[in-house]
Each structure stands twice: as structure tokens, then as C-alpha cells.
Design a binder for this molecule. Structure first.
Ligand code: HEM
Length: 206
């Protein structure tokens, strides 16, 4: 492995946070409504991990370091793990595994439909993230993985629907997301390496 320390660090950081939150909910130290706090933290964790995953390609272009791309898939899979825990925490703490309440819940919290759509897209990306699918799908793999942008839009809409009046925190994530999307527009993306190569010495360019 070329970047073991970096990969192990990513593994530890992304695994420790959700486990700590689940432990805190179990130990009842998350306030009067630990289930809701856990669902919110895991939802926010998913969105933050999605933004971090999407920033790997621009960072690689900016710095020229291949390590960013080496951890991109791992981060994407952790994003899926977080959203799965988010969904499980919702089913356990808010729904109480009472599936007969799902219809009422969807009318009461329609943003869940948006979250569920994002979850299904993330599932499609997680299932096809392996090299076998990459080989089998060929050029279609890249197109399919553009779903990450749709997931970002759905995730932000899901959060906006929840926070409504308190837009400050949402605006930070939305701005980072907008910047990351901007950096993917071909004329902008083409300029990223040019900006950096001007500052690079001939030795580092080789
Ligand atoms: C089936 C899938 C999903 C369900 C059932 C679901 C459900 C929920 C629920 C019930 C809440 C708490 C609402 C409240 O505080 O009243 C929530 C919050 C949240 N969810 Fe989801 N969600 C899903 C998918 C997602 C996805 C895919 C993302 C991100 C890409 C996401 C990000 C968030 C965020 C950022 C919050 C708000 C956290 C905060 O207020 O600090 N959720 N979700």
C-alpha cells in the first residue's frame, strides 16, 4: 500500500466519531432527547463527509498529491456508512421500529422522501464503487458516479427543509458545496493546475 498511514488515519477518524455518538446515546449523555441528537449528528456527519469526498479531486489538482484520490473511495464508503447509521437511528429512535407509522411520518416530515432518494443514490454508488463494477460499466461508471452531485443537492435540500429559519449553518455547507461544484465546471477545473504549475519549480513538475 502506498499511503497506509494516511488511510489508517482516515479510517480511525471516520469510524470513531459515529461510534462515539452511538455510545453517548446509549450512555444517555446527549440531553433529554438523545435519539434526535444522534439522528442529527449522523445526518450532519453524512453531509460533511460527502463534501470532504467531493473535495478530493480539486485538492489533487491543486496540490498534485495522489493521496487525495487514494482515500476518495474510502471516504465515499464511510459517507454511506454514516447515512446507513443515520437511517437506522431514525428507525430506532424516532420511528421506534413501528413501520405502520411510516405513512404518517412521511406526511409530517416530507423531507424524509428527499433524504430517502439521496440514500438510494448513495447505495447505488456504494454498490458500484469496486473495481469489478468500474471495469464492467466502463464509461457509464463515471456517468453513474456523477450522482454524487445529485446527492449533494438532495442532502442540502433535506437539511434546508429541516433547519428552515436558522440558515447560518446550512449556508456554510451550501457555499462549500457550490464552490466544489464550481471547481468541476470544465473551464474552471482546467485552470486549477495552470494556477499551481506557475508556482511549481521545474523539479516538482517532472
Ligand atoms: C432514508 C434516508 C434518510 C432519512 C429517513 C433521514 C431522516 C432524518 C431525520 C428524521 C432528521 C432529523 C430531523 C429533525 O431534527 O427534526 C434528519 C436530519 C438530517 N439529515 Fe437526514 N435522513 C435521510 C438521509 C439523509 C442524507 C442522505 C443526508 C445527507 C446527504 C442527510 C442529512 C441530514 C442532515 C444534514 C440533517 C440535519 C442535521 C442537523 O439539523 O444538524 N439525511 N434526517
Amino acid at each position: 500500500m502506498r499511503f497506509p498511514v494516511w488511510r489508517v488515519a482516515v479510517f480511525i477518524v471516520t469510524a470513531v466519531w459515529p461510534l462515539l455518538w452511538v455510545y453517548q446515546a446509549w450512555a444517555d449523555v446527549l440531553g433529554p432527547d438523545p435519539g434526535k441528537v444522534l439522528v442529527d449528528r449522523l445526518g450532519l456527519g453524512t453531509l460533511i463527509l460527502l463534501l470532504i469526498t467531493l473535495s478530493m479531486t480539486p485538492l489533487q489538482k491543486l496540490t498534485g498529491w495522489a493521496g487525495w484520490i487514494a482515500v476518495r473511495r474510502q471516504l465515499g464508503l464511510w459517507c454511506f456508512a454514516h447515512v446507513t447509521l443515520h437511517l437506522c437511528a431514525y428507525a430506532a429512535f424516532i420511528l421506534g421500529f413501528d413501520w405502520s407509522q411510516l405513512g404518517v411520518e412521511l406526511r409530517k416530515r416530507p423531507y424524509i422522501i428527499v433524504g430517502a432518494l439521496a440514500f438510494l443514490c448513495l447505495l447505488a454508488l456504494a454498490v458500484t464503487s469496486n473495481r469489478y463494477s468500474q471495469r464492467r460499466l466502463g464509461a457509464r461508471w463515471k456517468k453513474l458516479h456523477r450522482l454524487a452531485y445529485v446527492i449533494l443537492g438532495l442532502g442540502l435540500l433535506h437539511m434546508l427543509w429541516i433547519v428552515r429559519a436558522d440558515l447560518k449553518e446550512w449556508a456554510i455547507y451550501a457555499s462549500i458545496g457550490a464552490l466544489l461544484m464550481l471547481l468541476r465546471i470544465p473551464p474552471v477545473s482546467r485552470r486549477i493546475p495552470r494556477l499551481i504549475t506557475k508556482k511549481q519549480s521545474p523539479a516538482t513538475k517532472a
